[in-house]
Design a protein around this ligand. Structure first.
Ligand code: FAD
Length: 397
């Protein structure tokens, strides 16, 4: 990264006028004999390339290169609720072990909360080298600022190369706060992670509405922060034997401060999450009217499945947003996924390609969904579905 520098000694009324009119974003202004670059600047550098030579220059950031050998270990943040570990933690541990094997790094788990004894022990069944445990009554309830203080303490003391968080509500709140404290990069919602020999983490995720896969690296700062959604990676098998160690950490009370006080906790009725479903029936714009959803709902009932949908049906107000599969919805990994009248856009497929068995029904034989599906039925869902329902109910053809 670098910055634009204005050389005021070369600025007069004429050059100022020329520079101001050159900026396509209107970010250059001239006031009281001073040329200024405002917040509207998009760093297109047209002023440097096409402006009056030397008036605005681009200065490369001269910050020293970090010593990567001083930053070691891949850390997974173990999200937990009173010691109950969120399953995304195990998926991240599985990936962390793969990444660590590339250059012989250690796998760490960072556990923050209260009543953590069982969680500490359980994590040692998953092949981690060390569980760093910060336990305190003040940490019983998740508070992003407080937890970020603890993450900061951990990173300062342990100097891990990578910090991995689940892209859950809490992970999404905590990871950027902690990353900002170290002025380092964070890549959200990674779908692929690869490790280079020099410990640079290649963080791959869809960008520009899923039209490209961006490869993002953080070559000149540490740690490298990333978040990964639940169900993107597979959890490793639990080992019968335990390995690794638990290290109880001193809670940095003097550094901890939060403007939030938890007064009460009211349990919400547990919602069914399509991300946890083993069987899903997903509907798309091939369904003509809201009333016709009843057919799909009947199929879901018969299969003991969850009903999910594509984004246009959310936009039409037919479903709650929690039912959307895809890039801007949920990532699912069921054993069986049946799609009805879904074209298979990249954004939809990004959220379901890991399903074990995909059966697609679409009237267009060229629909993209057939590239992803294991079984395809080319046909009108209004003809296919009634036959399927009759069969499942044990009726005649
Ligand atoms: C930044 C961004 C993020 C997005 N995120 C998501 C996301 O998370 N999830 C998502 O789903 N979309 C997302 N979208 C929208 C996405 O691009 C598609 O528009 C959407 O997935 C299409 O939904 P669909 O397949 O239901 O509709 P369509 O693309 O319109 O497909 C309908 C399909 O139904 C078939 N059909 C029609 N009639 C019948 C019938 N009678 N029987 C059988 N088949 C029939 C047609 O052949 C067609 O293939 C996103 C878009 C952007 C730009």
């Amino acid at each position: 990264m670098g910055a634009l520098k204005v050389h005021q000694n070369l600025v007069d009324e004429k050059t100022a006028e020329e520079m101001c009119s050159l900026c396509p974003f209107g970010a250059i202004t001239y006031e009281d004999g001073k040329l200024d670059i405002g917040a509207g600047c998009r760093m297109c550098k047209i002023c440097v390339k096409k402006g009056v030579p030397g008036v605005i220059t681009y200065e490369e950031d001269k910050s020293p290169l970090i010593d990567k050998t001083q930053w070691n270990g891949i850390t997974v943040y173990a999200e937990n609720e009173e010691g109950r570990i969120h399953p995304v933690t195990y998926e991240l541990i599985g990936k962390a072990r793969e990444l660590a094997a590339v250059n012989g790094q250690q796998v760490y788990v960072l556990l923050i909360g209260n009543g953590l004894e069982k969680a500490e022990e359980e994590l040692l069944h998953y092949g981690v080298d060390c569980v760093f445990s910060y336990e305190d009554a003040e940490l019983t309830e998740f508070a992003a600022a407080l937890y970020a203080d603890v993450v900061e303490d951990f990173v300062t003391k342990v100097q891990p190369s990578v910090m991995m968080f689940g892209a859950t509500m809490k992970g999404r709140s905590l990871a950027p706060r902690a990353a900002a404290r170290f002025r380092t990069g964070l890549t959200a919602d990674c779908t692929i992670l690869e490790m280079k020999e020099n410990t640079d983490l290649v963080q791959i995720r869809p960008a520009f509405g899923g039209n490209i896969m961006a490869q993002i690296i953080t070559p000149n700062s540490r740690p490298q922060f990333c978040t990964v959604r639940y169900k993107v990676f597979s959890a490793p098998k639990r080992n019968e034997a335990v390995s690794g160690a638990v290290k109880k950490m001193d809670v940095p009370r003097e550094k901890m401060s939060s403007g939030i006080q938890v007064l009460d906790r009211i349990e919400k009725p547990r919602e069914i999450d399509i991300a946890d479903a083993d069987t899903i029936v997903a509907v798309g714009r091939g369904i003509r009217s809201r009333n016709d959803l009843a057919m799909a709902a009947e199929l879901a009932d018969l299969l003991n499945a969850q009903l999910a949908c594509t984004r246009p049906l959310i936009e039409a107000g037919w479903f709650d947003a929690k039912h959307q599969i895809g890039l801007s919805g949920r990532t699912v990994k069921p054993k069986l996924l049946i799609t009805l009248g879904i074209s298979g856009s990249v954004q939809f497929v990004a959220g379901m390609r890991a399903a074990e068995c995909i059966i697609a029904v679409n009237s267009d034989k060229n629909a993209g969904i057939f590239d992803t599906a294991h079984y395809g039925i080319v046909g009108d869902l209004y003809e296919v579905l009634p036959v399927l329902l009759r069969h499942l109910k044990g009726g005649a053809r």
